[in-house]
Structures are given as C-alpha cells and as structure tokens.
Design a protein around this ligand. Structure first.
Ligand code: PNS
Length: 166
C-alpha cells in the first residue's frame, strides 16, 4: 500500500501528561487506521495551567510508544485541520468518556468541519476502566503525593516523580 492509500488518523490533545486512557485510544485507533499520529498541540482551545512543556510531553509520548511502528508522535502549531491536511490525514480521533465531554467535543468537531469539510472527527470510547481518568486528575493527585502508578506508564510516572521530587 502506498502512503496515499494509507488511512491516517490524527489523535490530537494536550497530553499533560499522557495517561493509560490516552494510550488505549491511540491503540484502538489502529483497529481501523493504518497509522495514527498522536500530536501534542502547541495551542490548546482551553488554555490550562500546564505541568510539562510541549517538548517534555512529546518525549514522554515517544518513550511510551517506542517500538509501535504504526504510532507516530509529533507536535503541531496552528490549526488542527491544517496539520491534518499537511500530514494526509482524513480523520481526527477524540475520546468521549462521559456525557460531560460532549459539549466541548461537539463544538470543536463542528468548528473543525466548518474549517475543513474534508476531515472527519471520530469519537472513540475508552475502556470502561479508564472512563473516570483525566490528565488533570492525574496532575492533581500526583502533586498532592497520591499514587498514580495505575494511571500512567513508567516514563510518565518517572517524570511526575521527578517533578514532585519523590
Ligand atoms: O486535550 P485537549 O486540550 O482537550 O485537546 C484540545 C485540542 C488540542 C485538540 C484543540 O485545542 C486543538 O485542536 N487545538 C489546535 C488549534 C485549533 O485547531 N483550534 C480550533 C479547534 S476547534
């Protein structure tokens, strides 16, 4: 199959930090896509207090997905639809954990469709075990000394421990 025929999906996000819920969605995407590009946004729609720099988040992604040759990790600046077009991707993957995610996701998907009718947003539901999990809760629990080892992979845990000096 040449690269023009390959079905490429972009899985964008802040990934501050990457959780096992994110990992689950990236790997689930490979059920129907040939390749997935997990992409850290330099500009997120909802600006948050970030724990890790874009470069640190990319490094963690690369360590976690090392050896998984259908998963590529990258960063992007500017509009998601422009990045998707530039990388030959027709699909954007987003996770829906609960109804509370819906409004934000619906707005972004509709805006992205206004910006480019060529790119479809596909929503995937994570494993039930991760339905409560969010990067913001991992940040908070880790910062308060809680055990987050079930919620993140080893490279992420190591950086959280370094950040909070344990
Ligand atoms: O993990 P997040 O923070 O919920 O991810 C949001 C993200 C990064 C997917 C979104 O903010 C985004 O696509 N930002 C890139 C800039 C852009 O295209 N903005 C218009 C989106 S409607």
């Amino acid at each position: 199959m040449n690269s023009e025929q390959a079905l490429i999906a972009i899985y964008p996000g802040s990934f501050d930090p990457l959780t096992v819920g994110h990992e689950d969605l990236a790997r689930r995407t490979l059920i129907f896509a040939d390749r997935v590009i997990v992409a850290v946004a330099r500009r997120a729609t909802h600006q948050k207090m970030l724990l890790f720099s874009v470069e640190e988040r990319l490094e963690m992604l690369r360590e976690v997905f090392a050896g998984e040759d259908r998963i590529e990790c990258d960063t992007f600046d500017g509009l998601l639809v422009d990045f998707a077009r530039a990388r030959g991707a027709r699909f954007v993957i987003r996770g829906l954990r609960a109804v509370s995610d819906f409004e934000y996701e619906f707005q972004m998907a509709q805006m992205n469709r206004e910006l480019s009718n060529q790119i479809e947003t596909l929503f995937l539901i994570p494993d039930l075990a991760y339905s409560f999990l969010s990067a913001s809760l991992v940040r908070e629990v880790a910062s308060l000394g809680g055990d987050v080892s079930r919620f993140v992979s080893a490279p992420v845990l190591r950086r959280l421990n370094e950040r909070f000096r344990r």
